[in-house]
Design a protein. Structure first.
Length: 172
């Protein structure tokens, strides 16, 4: 018996679209919008896609809140991104703003954002960088704000690092 490697969209039934979506979800967690978009790109029609998505949502197989939480944990923990960037990334997955905000609030509620910012700053600093150099400060500031950290918090963290570096220089 030969195993089917793909599910042909020419069948164009809700059951076949559901099976194709389950295969997609077997590889990685996806949002409702991502599944809908991928099925449409593969040639499925809306009349097959919508019932399949409804079935997946009803069974809990497809859950935007779970996708948002997983993304928020990965983006904050592994990639060390700030709250604003994580929120934008989750919304880019097609998750609604309210669901995305709830996931970000939950994940960042358990984190110390100052420590996360310091870790991101440490990662950006190279061994021979002179933190007191205004050009280096501007580059660090821009990079950390792009990473989604609050502008005031970034300024304070950089000032703190400059003060610490100057204190270390005078102690020599």
């Amino acid at each position: 018996m030969q195993r089917r490697t793909t599910i042909d969209p020419s069948e164009n039934t809700p059951k076949a679209a559901w099976a194709a979506a389950v295969r997609m979800l077997g590889r990685r967690e996806l949002s409702v919008a991502q599944v809908r978009d991928r099925l449409a790109r593969k040639g499925w029609t809306d009349s097959a896609i919508e019932p399949a998505i409804e079935r997946l949502v009803a069974s809990g197989t497809l859950d935007d809140a779970r996708v948002a939480l997983a993304c928020a944990r990965t983006r904050s923990g592994v990639k060390r991104q700030g709250r604003d960037r994580v929120l934008r990334e989750i919304q880019a997955l097609g998750v609604s703003r309210d669901v995305a905000r709830a996931a970000v609030d939950e994940v960042f509620g358990a984190l110390n954002e100052v420590d996360l910012l310091r870790a991101a700053l440490d990662k950006r600093l190279r061994p021979r960088m002179v933190v007191s150099d205004p050009a280096v400060q501007r580059r660090l500031y821009a990079a950390l704000v792009r990473q989604g950290f609050d502008q005031r918090a970034v300024s304070l963290a950089i000032r703190e690092r400059v003060h610490k570096a100057r204190g270390g220089e005078s102690a020599k």
